[in-house]
Design a binder for this molecule. Structure first.
Ligand code: NA7
Length: 532
């Protein structure tokens, strides 16, 4: 089957990109999706308690006033099901389904130099050809399932949060093990603890977490967001993370202790990701960060009754926000329940999984079910899973052997006409992702429009620009607090053998947008465009 454009993935990015390519650029376009339906991340992440940490009125598309105004969010943070329904609504409204094929995973993509086409193969043995190939595979779609000895011998069921089965699973009265305490584990535990017989949480690194303070949205709030559609849309282009909050202008050191505490208490009570923005320097300066890190630690210690457990939950070893900031609803309170237990993997590591459960250094534990909330091979993993082979038979795996290399996070030398939405080298996971996705889809679509106009047969970035983009990211990361975390998926530490390089662009969405716009204005300087 021959197409102008193939997009891999039918989540937030794939759906919008399909609309752009098909309805605005007039290209014959197809989306190939592994799942049975649209949704991407939100199709797979159906685990108990799954919810977005970004507020619903901004975790959505803003490109269409009509779509924005017609959809009514119910809660401050949308549940997985609600986001999935939203994406299905968008898909229906834009009539996208007829150009999506489901249940097909792209297993290889090879550039045919002589034909100037990409050839794609799926796990169902289907073959496709296209001129433009666009990855919309998401940043967190390749599950990290730790290679723990004995997993095959386990008699019970096990699940990964990001590959949750499509059927209803009952945990009622079961003995459940949960491995991992990132954003996902922190969401799962309080929900599961209510129905299971026992929940044993295996923690490798304790996590800072801010109260989410979720609530039903009032009618007047919802009406206000619709009335202020343009203002909100505009605001998301101005804030560093594409969120609806600005960072405070003043440093924590401009206040005395009493006033500091008052500001922190107010931000804590408000909850959410904006907590980190209540002073200008929490995410930038270690001395400021320390004060806030200690504030959070004290809050947790106050919640958790058992002081030994509280200590384990707050033995952070990294500054707040140097790893993914998490939100919680009663996570720390969960450890006050009689049926919940914390195992600190630092002092009591897992030796193996057995027929009946998990053996740690200190004990043998029986479980009916194991949940891996162990995260993802983030950012580069999903792109590498496409098994790309570019010009001169160059394998992407080889070119990225020492870490992902892209220009602007969008294109790769020797991989012509291959575009990435929200991939390595772009702000991606450091932002409100739909905001970044829209910026990428719009930029890529403008680029393709230009390429069509000038009758380009292939385009790719220069090596020089690519290398200097990678260097720029490394330099920016070195100046940030992100590098102070020993173990973080932002820099590949969670996957054995993965190169330890900071992956996303860390200087914020407005700065990034400025650079992209400048490249566009300069007739795509940095890209080599071959004409017919
Ligand atoms: P994360 O943030 O990568 O968290 C994974 C958790 O699993 C984290 O606590 C890890 O500890 C732990 N982990 C990973 N591998 C192991 C092994 N082998 N043994 C024990 N514990 C392990 O993934 P999430 O799904 O929580 O969140 C990812 C994003 O998805 C989130 O930000 C949302 O945007 C949605 P570590 O900290 O690495 O020591």
């Amino acid at each position: 089957m021959y197409l102008d454009t193939i997009i891999v993935g039918a989540g937030f990015s794939g759906l919008y990109q399909l609309h752009k390519c098909r309805d605005q650029l007039g290209l014959k376009t197809l989306v190939i999706e592994e799942g049975k339906d649209v949704g991407g991340t939100w199709y797979w992440n159906k685990y108990p308690g799954s919810r977005c940490d970004t507020e619903s009125h901004i975790y959505c598309y803003t490109f269409s006033k009509e779509i924005y105004k017609n959809w009514k969010w119910k809660e401050r943070y949308p549940k997985q099901k609600e986001i999935l329904n939203y994406l299905k609504y968008v898909e229906k409204k834009l009539k996208l389904r007829k150009d999506i094929i489901f249940n097909n995973r792209v297993i290889s993509a090879t550039y045919l130099e002589n034909k100037k086409l990409w050839s794609l193969k799926t796990n169902k043995n289907r073959l496709f050809y296209c001129r433009y190939l666009i990855s919309a595979v998401g940043s967190l779609s390749v599950a990290n399932i730790p290679n723990i000895n004995g997993i095959k011998s386990f008699k019970g069921d096990w699940y990964h949060s990001g590959r949750w089965p499509n059927k209803k699973i009952s945990f009622k009265n079961k003995k459940v093990a949960q491995i991992g305490t990132g954003s996902t584990g922190i969401q799962i535990a309080p929900v599961l603890a209510k129905s299971v017989k026992s929940l044993t949480i295996f923690q490798r690194t304790p996590n800072y977490s801010i109260p989410a303070r979720n609530r039903k949205l009032t009618k007047s709030f919802v009406e206000n967001t619709k009335k202020n559609y343009l203002k909100i849309k505009n605001l998301l282009t101005k804030t560093p993370g594409g969120h609806a909050f600005h960072f405070a202008k003043k440093s924590i050191f401009e206040f005395n202790e009493t006033k500091r505490l008052k500001i922190l208490d107010k931000a804590w009570l408000n909850g959410g990701l904006s907590f980190r923005a209540c002073f200008s320097d929490i995410t930038k300066k270690l001395s400021a960060n320390k004060i806030v890190s200690n504030y959070i630690r004290d809050k947790i210690i106050n919640i958790v009754k058992d002081k030994e457990i509280a200590k384990k939950l707050t033995d952070f070893g990294h500054p707040f926000t140097s790893k993914r900031p998490t939100l919680n609803t009663n996570y720390f309170e969960t450890f006050n329940r009689k049926n919940v237990r914390l195992i600190d993997l630092k002092t009591n590591p897992i030796i193996k999984i057995t027929k009946n459960g998990i053996r740690t250094r200190k004990e043998e534990l029986k479980f009916d079910k194991i949940i891996f909330a162990t995260g993802y091979d983030a950012l580069s993993g999903p792109i590498l899973s496409l098994n790309l082979i570019g010009r001169k038979k160059i394998k992407l795996k080889k070119y990225w052997k020492n870490g992902p290399k892209t220009f602007l996070g969008i294109m790769i030398p020797n991989f012509p006409n291959f575009f990435i939405i929200s991939g390595p080298g772009s702000p991606s996971v450091l932002t409100n992702v739909p905001a970044q996705i829209q910026q990428h889809v719009e930029w890529i679509s403008n680029f393709i429009k230009y390429l069509e106009k000038v009758k380009s047969i292939s385009v790719e970035p220069s090596f020089k620009e690519t290398e200097s983009w990678v260097k720029k990211i490394n330099k920016l990361a070195k100046q940030s607090l992100f590098m102070k975390a020993k173990n973080s998926w932002y820099k590949g530490d969670n996957i054995p053998g993965k190169p330890k390089k900071f992956i996303p662009y860390p200087a914020g969405l407005p700065q990034y947008r400025k650079i992209c716009n400048k490249v566009q204005k300069r007739m795509y300087k940095g890209f080599k465009i071959s004409l017919k």
